[in-house]
Ligand binder design. Structure first.
Ligand SMILES: Nc1nc2c(ncn2[C@@H]2O[C@H](COP(=O)(O)OP(=O)(O)O)[C@@H](O)[C@H]2O)c(=O)[nH]1
Ligand SMILES: [Mg+2]
Ligand SMILES: [Zn+2]
Length: 310
């Protein structure tokens, strides 16, 4: 009888899935025909049950399966491009220097987290070369949200211990603009990760066009992390305008104080957000800039909806 174990898919190439078992060992598994029949494709991040084939513990050839997937446990969330399931945490990386932060992207990522039950963390990197006040201004922009923030430098190591503590047995993704230092942060926290920095791979020096597949890096304390290639997954996030306001912690519940219960907090009379929350006293409200980006996202969503029903 084959031994059945639980594990996490960390890599999938050409029908072979690398599964990290609970005991830290890695197995190469093939999917059963059953999945194909049910049209389920296993993806990185899937929690699976797999059977270790006889002699499987010692199969030396990585192309030879030493196990097969039995079942995929229900997914709590799922990204499409890149295909990843069960993300627990998203590290949203922004630079305190260059590139200039794209806060609309940060807001979209935060909305995405709220929608899919992912815990966000905002990492302000490159604090070593920030202009005076730059870090503080980024922190105060997000203070009213209550989201966790960490100020770090992959260069000097500042704040890395704090960030490292968050690499705790979960499935974590990094996201953010190109060149903010995502790969640098992972390299600094995980010796041996050897991720490409500045578009150049440390190992191959072949540059950014080397083929990349989605791969989770196992963490020493359990769990795994993904150096997200891009964020085209946001394209699939088509939200109705009424839903967006519910995905802002600062705005949640505000409509109870607005004159109209369906208030979008944009041009309705008697709006509590416009009257009170925009004052943002003691960080109990919403900053003017984040509010303006919110308005932009709602207008875009309204536009999308018009197109859909045209
Ligand atoms: N000064 C400074 N430069 C950094 C820091 N982190 C990354 N960089 C540099 O920023 C560039 C882009 O880093 P990379 O990790 O490739 O960014 P990614 O595209 O987000 O993965 C590289 O030249 C890094 O050396 C930092 O904390 N401080
Ligand atoms: Mg990178
Ligand atoms: Zn309102």
């Amino acid at each position: 009888m084959d031994k059945v174990k639980n594990g996490l898919i960390i890599k999938g190439v050409g029908g072979f899935y690398t599964v990290l078992a609970e005991d830290g060992a890695e197995y190469v598994c093939k999917a059963r025909g059953l999945f194909r029949k049910q049209q389920v494709t296993p993806v990185v991040g899937d929690r699976v049950e797999f059977a270790v084939t006889e002699n499987g513990e010692s199969a030396p050839d990585p192309r030879a399966a030493n196990g097969y997937l039995m079942s995929i446990l229900p997914r709590r969330n799922e990204l499409i491009r890149p295909a990843v399931a069960n993300i627990d945490r998203l590290f949203i990386v922004i630079a305190a220097s260059r590139p200039l932060p794209d806060l609309l992207l940060v807001d979209k990522l935060l909305i995405f987290c709220e929608k899919y039950g992912i815990e966000p963390l905002i990492a302000v990197n490159k604090c070593d070369e920030a202009e005076p006040g730059a870090v503080e201004s980024l922190l105060s922009e997000y203070a009213p949200t209550g989201y966790e923030t960490v100020v770090v430098s992959a260069e000097t190591g500042e704040g890395l211990d704090e960030l490292k503590k968050k690499l705790d047995g979960k499935v974590i993704c990094l996201a953010g603009q190109s060149a903010v230092g995502k790969s640098s942060l992972l390299n600094a926290m995980l010796p041996g990760a050897e991720l490409a920095v500045g578009g150049l791979s440390r190992k191959t020096e072949r540059g950014r066009h080397t083929t990349r597949h989605t791969e989770l890096i196992p963490l020493p304390g359990g769990g795994a992390v993904l150096d997200t290639p891009g964020f085209s997954f946001l394209d699939s996030l088509e939200l109705p305008p009424e839903e967006i306001r519910l995905l802002y912690p600062e705005l949640r519940g505000a409509e109870e104080n607005c004159r109209f219960s369906g208030c979008l907090h944009i041009s309705e009379p008697g709006c509590y957000v416009k009257k009170e929350l925009l004052k943002n006293q003691n960080n109990q409200g919403i900053t003017k800039q984040r509010y303006e980006r919110y308005v932009r996202l709602v207008k875009e969503a309204e536009e999308q909806r018009r197109h859909r029903y045209d």
